[in-house]
Write a protein that binds this ligand. Structure first.
Ligand code: AMP
Length: 212
C-alpha cells in the first residue's frame, strides 16, 4: 500500500504511523524525522532546515522534494510506503505525481485546533528514533526515556505554544489545500483522531481493509 497521512501538527500522524507499520511491514517516511536527524548530524540539509523548523515555517519545497524522491527510490519502498508529514504543499504533491509516484489513499487525521494546542503542551519526542509520547495520554514506560531506543525524551523546540500557533497557521494556509487536491482525485479519506491512538488505529485499520 502507498499511503499518505495528512493532518495538522499534533493530529497523531507520527504515533499512528509507528503503530501501523508494525502490521503493514512497509517503511514509514517522515520528513520531520529525516530533517531532525540531519540537524543533529549537522549535514548541509540540516543546517539549511534548522531556521525554518525552529520558527514553525515550512522547509523549501525543493529541499523536501529531493529528500523524498531519493528515499522513495530505495529498494525497501518497492512494495509500498507510508508518507508522514509529506506532501505538505500543492507543489510537493504535484512533484510526487509528476515523478509517477501514485498513491492508494490520502488519510486526513481530523482534530480541531484547540485540541492540537493542548496535545502539543505534553508532547515529548525521541530525537534518535522519532518516537513520540504524551506525558498524560501516551506516557513512556520509564518517565523521560524512549521505550524503543532508551534515549532521553525531549520537548521539541517547535512544540512551544507560540511556534505551535504559527505551525497551525502554516498548516491551514499551505497544507489544507491538499484535502481538495486528493478529494478531486478520489483518494481522500477523513478519520476522526480526537480520541485515543488505539481508537484512531482501529478506524484506520478498518478503512484500509475496505479499500484494499
Ligand atoms: P513534523 O515533524 O512533521 O511536524 O515536521 C517538523 C518541521 O519540519 C515542520 O514544521 C517543517 O518546518 C519541517 N517539515 C517537515 N516536513 C516538511 C515538508 N513536507 N515540507 C516542508 N517542511 C517540512
Amino acid at each position: 500500500m502507498k499511503l499518505i497521512f495528512l493532518g495538522a501538527p499534533g493530529a497523531g500522524k507520527g504515533t499512528l504511523v509507528e503503530m501501523l507499520i508494525k502490521d503493514l511491514k512497509i517503511p514509514a517516511i517522515s520528513t520531520g524525522n529525516i530533517l531532525r536527524a540531519a540537524i543533529k548530524e549537522g549535514t548541509p540539509i540540516g543546517l539549511k532546515a534548522q531556521e525554518y523548523i525552529s520558527s514553525g515555517k515550512l522547509v523549501p519545497d525543493e529541499v523536501i522534494i529531493g529528500i523524498v524522491k531519493e528515499r522513495l527510490s530505495q529498494k525497501d519502498c518497492e512494495n509500498g510506503f507510508i508518507l508522514d508529514g509529506v506532501p505538505r504543499t500543492i507543489p510537493q504533491a504535484e512533484a510526487l505525481e509528476n515523478a509517477g509516484i501514485g498513491i492508494d489513499a490520502a488519510i486526513l487525521l481530523d482534530v480541531p485546533d484547540e485540541m492540537i494546542e493542548e496535545r502539543m503542551e505534553g508532547r515529548r519526542t525521541c530525537i534518535k528514533c522519532g518516537a513520540t509520547y504524551h506525558i498524560k495520554t501516551i506516557p513512556p514506560k520509564v518517565e523521560g526515556i524512549c521505550d524503543v531506543c532508551g534515549d532521553p525524551l525531549t520537548r521539541r523546540k517547535d512544540d512551544d505554544p507560540e511556534t505551535v500557533k504559527e505551525r497551525l497557521r502554516v498548516y491551514h494556509r499551505e497544507t489544507e489545500p491538499l484535502v481538495d487536491f486528493y478529494r478531486s482525485r478520489g483518494k481522500l479519506h477523513i478519520v476522526d483522531s480526537t480520541q485515543t491512538p488505539e481508537h484512531t488505529l482501529k478506524l484506520v485499520t478498518d478503512l484500509l481493509a475496505s479499500i484494499k
